[in-house]
Design a protein around this ligand. Structure first.
Ligand SMILES: [Mg+2]
Length: 366
């Protein structure tokens, strides 16, 4: 009888969780008993607060087997019944989840997408790129618009179309800045093929408002960056008010949850177009999911979100806007911990609470 293969996955343990404040980004570092280190990213939070929460949640992770990713996700998400599903919790869980997957991939010597079922595609379409641009309304808008307001929105589409050409993709992110009556006015000027999709043409939270927008807008609709997990996207998918779902790997519970959300969307014939404003670490984590998902459209990613040298990039974009699959093992991203820490000490990198206003000084959605 052959010798049994050593099962390193059964004996590995998390020995330490450290959270690093890198200014607008936070990084989770998990150390293990076998020397493997896993990294994850926390985004869109007051980073010092996020780091404190991550280290507190480390009490549930240290001493545990990091390859039990699903179990540890459940442990964190369902740990506190009153905080379950809240934004601060899920953003932090997302970062820890990415680090757990990073460890699992490194332990097995494969890219994370291999553990997610293997690649469903050879390359990943991404924006912004030469042939795919997203535009926004620019500023908060009042309840209804003047002809000049509506014309300004339509002009933004014309200009983007001129850049990408008739065979390119233009996406319009309404960014919850257009109230429903203005969306209706704007929709009257749109042709069905003007946009790859219109994003967040509502403030999330009322499915009936979404249904009305759906009836009035002739272009494909997208949403999902603020929806956390299968429980929040379920109602939107079942109501059939969108054509494209935009999960964010850093908002909704990390790789574990994004893979499930994509499956739920697949059952409704809705592809995912992942939202992403993370640095190379979180963006690459999201790309691993995108690689492994059968029903996928396009991925968002901005070099402006990257502090130079903190996280390495293992993929490049071709002229058509496709990037190669990220290379492993794990997430395949090397982190410079001391540089990340230095970035966190720079005053201009500090988190600031957004403050979007209408011209009269009242608070506006964005
Ligand atoms: Mg958006």
């Amino acid at each position: 009888m052959a010798d049994p293969v050593e099962d390193r996955a059964s004996s590995i343990r998390v020995t330490h969780l450290r959270a690093i404040n890198a200014g607008r980004k936070g990084y989770v570092k998990l150390e293990t008993s076998v020397g493997i280190v896993g990294w994850g990213e926390i985004n869109n939070m007051n980073t010092p607060v996020a780091c404190q929460l991550a280290e507190s949640m480390g009490e549930m992770i240290v001493g545990e087997n990091p390859t039990r990713v699903e179990h540890l996700w459940q442990r964190m998400y369902r740990s506190h019944r009153n905080l379950r599903g809240g934004g601060l919790m899920t953003h932090v869980i997302s970062g820890i989840d990415m680090a757990l997957w990073d460890i699992a991939g490194k332990l097995h010597g494969v890219p994370v997408y291999r553990l997610l079922g293997g690649p469903c595609r050879d390359k990943i379409w991404m924006y912004p790129s030469a042939k795919a641009l997203k535009i926004s309304p620019g500023a908060a808008h009042y309840h209804t618009g003047s002809p000049a307001d509506v014309e300004a929105l339509v002009e933004r589409i014309r200009q983007a179309r001129a850049k990408v050409g008739p065979d390119g993709a233009v996406m319009f992110d309404a960014h919850s800045m257009l109230p429903p009556p203005l969306v209706r006015q704007f929709a009257g000027h749109l042709k069905s093929d003007d946009l790859l999709f219109l994003e967040e043409a509502w403030v999330p939270g009322n499915i009936e408002v979404m249904r009305r927008v759906r009836e009035e807008v002739p272009v494909p609709l997208a949403t999902g960056e603020r929806d956390r997990g299968i429980w929040e996207v379920r109602e939107i998918l079942e109501a059939q008010v969108i054509d494209i779902l935009q999960p964010d790997c850093g908002h909704g519970g990390g790789i574990t949850q994004m893979k499930k959300v994509a499956a739920l969307a697949e059952a409704h014939h809705v592809p995912i177009a992942p939202h992403c404003t993370m640095s190379y670490l979180g963006l690459t984590a999201s790309l691993h999911v995108a690689a492994s998902v059968p029903f996928f459209l396009i991925h968002e990613g901005y070099t402006s979100q990257m502090a130079e040298g903190v996280a390495t990039k293992t993929w490049t974009m071709d002229e058509e806007g496709f990037v190669n699959l990220p290379e492993g093992p794990g997430l395949g991203v090397e982190m410079d911990e001391s540089l990340a820490q230095q970035v966190g000490e720079q005053p201009d990198q500090r988190f600031q609470w957004p403050d979007n206003r209408l011209v009269d000084g009242s608070v506006a959605d964005y």
